[in-house]
Design a protein around this ligand. Structure first.
Ligand code: SF4
Ligand code: SF4
Ligand code: SF4
Length: 310
């Protein structure tokens, strides 16, 4: 049987998504028996865009060059998979949304005392997008979305299997809490704290201990990697389906409602803390239009207020 041609492109990302394909371990050998990789910038020096059945695109749109490359992938591939939180929502690069592009360039190239070039380079470098950062589907039509920073091998395999077998993927719609055994329970905790402050009960939900955890508002494309290993979730898988699909639901209200019901911490205090740390708690998806229709359209203001308060 002829192998399925698969083409890769990486835009503005960190290469973690490409490395996550190696996490397939032995299953990678089975996959490679069925696919023919015609383009993979991390391993192959292929400058053109060969025809392929599946195009896997990692990274966000950060520059005009990214947009050009995304369009070439769309034109050369039958189907496009936005792979990783960057491609789906903007990912960590999305924090660029919080600032004007000119401010970011000035800070990196002129104001930084250790790396200053005293000018912002504009020759031989890709021009940043005026919009800041955009997810892949802002420039091209996307057929499949696989968020995760990077996605867990379980979902990577399922995505590839679905394409190879021509069947819809069986991903499920769970949030991170689905994979976490910590008990959600009522406590007398009356103050917020950070994860490094005090001791942590291994069997109790972080929220019940006064520690912010984004698990209930985050899609499970990591299979609960952090809370099952002793750390709260910071939302790198992107928002849960409920938050994406329901206009009146948002990360900060979702977490604050749940946490205030388990503890003695007032909901308004929790909401306010998440707004203060918006650059952390909205980091992975703030570039996505998903949040433009919610009260989070105020994200830039919250972040600017924190900057002014410092
Ligand atoms: S989604 Fe995460 S792992 Fe993938 S490219 Fe973006 S930052 Fe890297
Ligand atoms: S909020 Fe965090 S700690 Fe609590 S159950 Fe969900 S993932 Fe586990
Ligand atoms: S638990 Fe949360 S922060 Fe950790 S890998 Fe999963 S989605 Fe990302």
């Amino acid at each position: 049987m002829a192998k399925v041609k698969v083409s890769f492109e990486w835009l503005s990302g960190c290469s973690g998504c490409e490395l996550s394909i190696v996490d397939l371990h032995e299953r990678l050998l089975a996959v490679l028996e069925q696919i023919d990789i015609v383009r993979l910038p991390i391993l192959m020096d292929v400058k053109d865009y060969p025809k392929a059945k599946l195009g896997i695109v990692t990274g966000a749109l950060r520059t005009h060059h990214d947009v050009e490359c995304a369009k070439k992938m769309r034109a050369s591939c039958d189907a496009i998979l936005a792979y990783g939180t960057c491609g789906v929502y903007g990912g960590p690069q999305g924090s660029g949304y919080a600032h004007a592009q000119s401010d970011l360039a000035e800070t990196a190239f002129v104001k930084n005392p250790t790396t200053s070039t005293h000018f912002v380079p504009d020759q031989g470098v890709p021009k940043l997008l005026e919009e800041g950062v955009l997810p892949l589907d802002a420039a091209i039509t996307v057929d499949l979305y696989l968020p995760g920073c990077p996605p867990h091998a379980y979902y990577v395999f399922e995505a590839l299997r679905s394409v190879l077998d021509g069947k819809p993927p069986e991903f499920g719609e769970h949030n991170v809490c689905f994979h976490c055994d910590r008990a959600m329970k009522h406590t007398e905790v009356a103050a917020l704290r950070r994860v490094h402050e005090g001791t942590i009960e291994k069997e109790t939900c972080f929220l019940a201990q006064g520690i912010l955890c984004m698990g209930s508002a985050t899609l499970d494309r990591c299979r609960g990697a952090c809370p099952t290993r002793g750390m709260p979730c910071s939302g790198c898988g992107g928002p849960s389906e409920a938050i994406v699909l329901e206009p009146n639901r948002d990360i900060r209200t979702e977490i604050a409602t749940r946490m205030s019901m388990m503890t003695k911490i007032p909901k308004a205090k929790i909401t306010s803390e998440i707004e203060k740390q918006a650059k952390t708690y909205y980091a992975y998806a703030m570039a996505s239009p998903v949040f433009r229709e919610k009260p989070t359209f105020l994200l830039r203001r919250w972040i600017a207020q924190q900057g002014a308060a410092r």
